[in-house]
Each structure stands twice: as structure tokens, then as C-alpha cells.
Design a protein around this ligand. Structure first.
Ligand code: ADP
Ligand code: ADP
Length: 229
């Protein structure tokens, strides 16, 4: 069953064609990993899917509903498609539990008591319950990234986008974040991941898509990719 369809997306910045006709379908529960040199439009692609950027042409469909521009419905839409960024995007003045709670209160309109309960549950899912009252500055990069994953999960999204989630982390912290993502993939979360972690791609992805110059130049399952010359 197809949950997300991306059809012929084009995006230019000035003279530069950053996305040059990108199309793919995502099935429910699937993990797709995007690999490619820096500057080939991977981040722009995720930003188009999450409506942080508007494509020049092409369309994006979630469950057969066009979501290329949601306009006033964007808040509702962003609950369905979560995003995890390279640099965490946390509120520094809020504790770990506060960062998750505020999203539940503001976006889902939950009351404070329910939001706190759900926020603690999400923190436990990523192994951060003991850091609930710590501020982002007191967390390691790996803990901060797991917190931003917990915040995305708290929205009960249908799809989560990961934009180079480990590229600011050293190898040990990278491993702990990838482990959380691996568990999510196994649990059936639908995920699109931009990463340079080929080991993760080969062991977790249902499909690996290679991008160059704003296009998908090759795509296949990890076994197709490992056996191709
Ligand atoms: P990748 O994620 O593959 O590294 P990006 O999507 O981040 O690639 O960027 C692709 C190209 O688009 C880069 O040359 C980048 O500088 C340019 N770019 C991205 N966002 C903008 C923007 N808002 N304005 C102008 N150029 C941009
Ligand atoms: P990443 O590489 O983590 O995807 P970037 O550092 O490329 O992020 O981009 C961060 C922000 O800057 C994004 O909003 C992106 O659209 C914007 N941006 C990237 N490149 C340019 C550029 N050449 N001109 C203007 N804005 C840009």
C-alpha cells in the first residue's frame, strides 16, 4: 500500500536546478535511504516533502491527498510527516521533557497533564527517561538527537524524514542514534533518511536511492546494490 507519492519535482534556486525531476513512491512501513554527494538536492527534496520549501513544479501526495501546498492546513499536515534535522532544532530554554511536551500542547492541543504523560512515554522509547529534566546543553549530541526523534514520534506521524541525523555526531554517538532508527524501522515506521552511513543503508533500507545533480540516478534494494558490479 502506497502512503507517499512524489511526482516529478523540480526546484531551482536562481539559475541552479537543484531538483531536476524527482519521482518515487513510498509504501507503508518502508525505509528509503537517499545517498549522494553534498549539494545534490537531498535536503531540498525532504524540505519539499515537509513543505519547508515549495517546489517549482511537480506534486506530492500523502494517502492520495495532494499535499504539495497545504496552506492553512499545514499544521495538521506536519503532524503526519515528522522531520528530524542534522542540528536537532531543540528549544534550549526547555528541558528534555519540556521540548516534547510543548509540541504536544501547541500542535496537538493536549492539556499539560496528558502532554507530560505522553512526553515521558516518548522519552522512554528512545532511552532518555533519566534525562527528562536535563536541558539540551546538558545532553550529548546523541542524546539531543534521540530527544528530537522522541519529539517527532510524539506527533504519531505517518512518515518521518531524517535529514543527515548523525552527520554532526562522532562515531559512538552516531551508533546510538542509528540504533534507535533501526528499531523504528523494524517496528514498521515509514521513514525517508538522507545519510552518508552506507552500513545503515545496507542493513536497514528497503530501498537505496542514489542522487546526483538533482536526479535519482540509481535505485534498488540493498541486495541489488551489493551484487551490482
Ligand atoms: P544536499 O542535501 O544534497 O547536500 P541541498 O538540497 O542542501 O543538497 O542543496 C542543493 C543545492 O541547493 C546546494 O547548492 C545549495 O547551496 C542550494 N540551496 C539549498 N537551499 C537553498 C536556498 N534556500 N537558497 C539558495 N540555494 C539553496
Ligand atoms: P543541510 O546541508 O544541513 O541540508 P544547509 O546548511 O545546506 O543545510 O542549509 C541550511 C539552510 O540554508 C536551509 O534553509 C537551506 O535552504 C538554506 N540554504 C542552503 N544553501 C543556501 C544558499 N546557497 N543560499 C541561501 N540559502 C541556502
Amino acid at each position: 500500500e502506497i502512503i507517499l507519492r512524489v511526482e516529478d519535482i523540480h526546484k531551482c534556486y536562481g539559475e541552479t536546478e537543484v531538483l531536476n525531476g524527482v519521482s518515487f513512491n513510498v509504501r507503508c512501513g518502508e525505509t528509503k535511504v537517499f545517498i549522494g554527494p553534498s549539494g545534490t538536492g537531498k535536503s531540498t527534496l525532504l524540505r519539499c516533502i515537509n513543505q519547508l520549501t515549495v517546489p517549482d513544479s511537480g506534486s506530492i501526495w500523502l494517502n492520495d491527498e495532494e499535499v504539495t501546498h497545504s496552506g492553512p492546513l499545514i499544521n495538521q499536515f506536519r503532524q503526519k510527516i515528522g522531520m528530524v534535522f542534522q542540528n536537532f532544532n531543540l528549544f534550549d530554554h526547555l528541558t528534555a521533557v519540556g521540548n516534547v511536551e510543548i509540541a504536544l500542547i501547541r500542535v496537538k492541543g493536549m492539556n499539560k497533564a496528558d502532554a507530560r504523560k505522553k512526553a515521558l512515554l516518548e522519552l522512554s522509547q528512545v532511552g532518555l527517561l533519566d534525562k527528562a529534566n536535563a536541558y539540551p546543553a546538558e545532553l550529548s549530541g546523541g542524546q539531543a538527537q534521540r530527544l528530537s526523534i522522541a519529539r517527532a514520534l510524539a506527533m504519531d506521524p505517518e512518515v518521518i524524514l531524517f535529514d543527515e541525523p548523525t552527520s554532526s555526531l562522532d562515531p559512538e554517538l552516531t551508533r546510538e542514534v542509528l540504533e534507535v532508527m533501526r528499531r523504528l524501522a523494524r517496528a514498521g515506521m515509514t521513514m525517508l533518511v538522507v545519510t552518508h552511513e552506507m552500513g545503515f543503508a545496507l542493513s536497514v533500507a528497503n530501498e537505496i536511492l542514489f542522487m546526483e545533480h538533482g536526479k535519482i540516478v540509481e535505485q534498488g534494494s540493498p541486495s541489488d546494490i551489493q551484487t551490482s558490479p
